[in-house]
Structures are given as C-alpha cells and as structure tokens.
Design a protein around this ligand. Structure first.
Ligand code: CA
Length: 263
C-alpha cells in the first residue's frame, strides 16, 4: 500500500541523515457527497410533508407505497435529528402519526463518484429507525447490521474505507428497515446523517531538526523507476513528491533522500 511506501521513505531518510522527526504528508479531503435524509444538496432541511428525491423507497410490504421518500414530522417518541437531518418514510405515510404495514422496507440512495489513482473514498454515517435497521449495504457490501431504534439519538453508525466497496460511476447505498408488528398506531421511518468523502493521499513528508534544501524522490518499484528532485524554498520543511511530478501507484516502494543542514 501507499503507506508502506511512505514508511520506507521515512526509514531511508533516517539512515541517510541520522535525524529524527520525518513525518508523512497529511491526507487532504477534496470533496464529498452528503447522504443525510431530509436535507437538500446544500444540507438545508426539506419541509415536512414534501419529498426527498435523493432517497427512494424501492421495496415495501404489501399495502405500503414505493417511490421518492417523504420527509415526515417525527412521532413524539422519536429523537430529534435536526439540524443534521430529518426523518423519512414511504411517500404515502405523510407524518410520524400514521401507521404503515409491518415488514421490511428498503431505502436507497444513489451517488456518483469518479475513482482515480491516489484518491481514497470513505463513507460514514449515523442512523436511527422505527423499528430496527437490518442491514446497511453499499453496492451490496455490508456496512452495518442489526441497529437502529428511535428513542436514543443516533443509536447506530457505520464507516468504511474499503475501496473495493466503491465503484467508478453510480454507487447504491441501501438500508433495510423493519417495521415491527404493533397494536394501534404503528408508523415506520428512517433517518441518517452521513457522507462520502474523497481523500487524496500525497506521497511526501516533512522533517524536524533539519532545514531541508533538496529531496530526491524515487519510485524504486521495478516496473516503474522514476526520479524527481524537489528543491525546497528557504524555511520550507515539507514536500510533496507527487505534486512535483513523481508517478505513483498503490503498492509502489518510494525512496526519499533528504539533504539539508541540521538546526
Ligand atoms: Ca413501528
């Protein structure tokens, strides 16, 4: 992995200079996709009783509707997710004060990403449901299971940075919610606050205890041996080999040789 390349670079740096304090480059978040329910693309809350067309109910028990999810005012016993999100339900259940059939409901959110070399995606979120959440799936890959509930705020959460779970182009996040059988008023609903972010991991480093003047970045993997020389401005202590033109793929071994004067 890329991190191994960075660590190898650190070791070389230590051997070359006999100094301490070389650190890896900080990862940078470049953009994101908001996944929260009941909000628009800007994160503003959608009015109760209207549709959240980013989220759809794609399967539902007999007697319940499918289609764009309805943003609903919560039942008094449901936790308040604002300002992050609002509860959603089927298009035909207009509020949390209305019943829906018992059974499983599948909520779906699609989003588009562009996979690229050096970019890592992360998905994370918290959620609640009436009643339980059986599964949270990204392109069919399990992110979480057997969570949900509505009394305690944000009772469950998920996170993944498994790049195999993400696909280039349209991605599908699915959440399966079970509405338990109940006497009298028996609404169902789902709420999530979450996002997908793209993290760019540069190959580079920084040093303490030395004023670097020059760094030789080498990709020493056999299939691709490239060298880039980075000349640092006076006072600079960090560098980015990739920004300087070094071509890197995940798994490559990177050697960084730092020249400078000790402080
Ligand atoms: Ca219920």
């Amino acid at each position: 992995m890329r991190m191994q390349g960075i660590i190898r670079g650190m070791v070389v740096g230590l051997l070359t200079l006999g100094i301490l304090g070389i650190q890896t480059t900080v990862a940078q978040v470049i953009n994101g996709v908001l996944l929260s329910t009941g909000v628009d693309a800007s994160g503003d809350l959608i009015s109760f009783g209207t549709l959240d067309d980013d989220w759809r109910v794609v399967t539902a028990p007999v007697g319940a509707s499918t289609g764009d999810a309805r943003v609903i005012s919560p039942l008094v016993t449901w936790f308040n997710p604002e300002p992050s999100a609002r509860w959603i339900s089927t298009p035909s259940q207009m509020t949390g004060q209305e019943s829906s059939p018992a059974g499983d409901y599948t909520y779906e959110r699609q989003f588009v990403i562009a996979k690229a070399s050096g970019t890592k995606f992360e998905i994370s979120g918290s959620y609640g449901s009436d009643n339980t959440t059986l599964k949270v799936l990204l392109n069919g890959n399990l992110l979480a299971m057997n969570g949900g509930g509505f009394t305690v705020p944000w009772p469950s959460s998920f996170f993944s940075d498994n790049q195999d779970f993400f696909v280039d182009g349209p991605n599908t996040l699915q959440v399966i919610v079970n509405n338990a059988p109940g006497e009298g008023l028996n609404p169902t609903g789902f709420v999530m606050r979450g996002s997908v972010v793209a993290v760019v991991e540069g190959v580079g480093g920084s040093v303490a205890g030395i004023s670097p003047t020059k760094v030789i970045c080498e990709n020493v993997s056999q299939r691709r041996h490239t060298v880039v020389e980075v000349v640092l401005a006076p006072g600079a202590r960090s560098w980015d080999c990739e920004a300087a033109g070094l071509v890197v793929s995940p798994g490559d071994t990177i050697k960084q040789t730092v020249t400078g004067t000790a402080d």
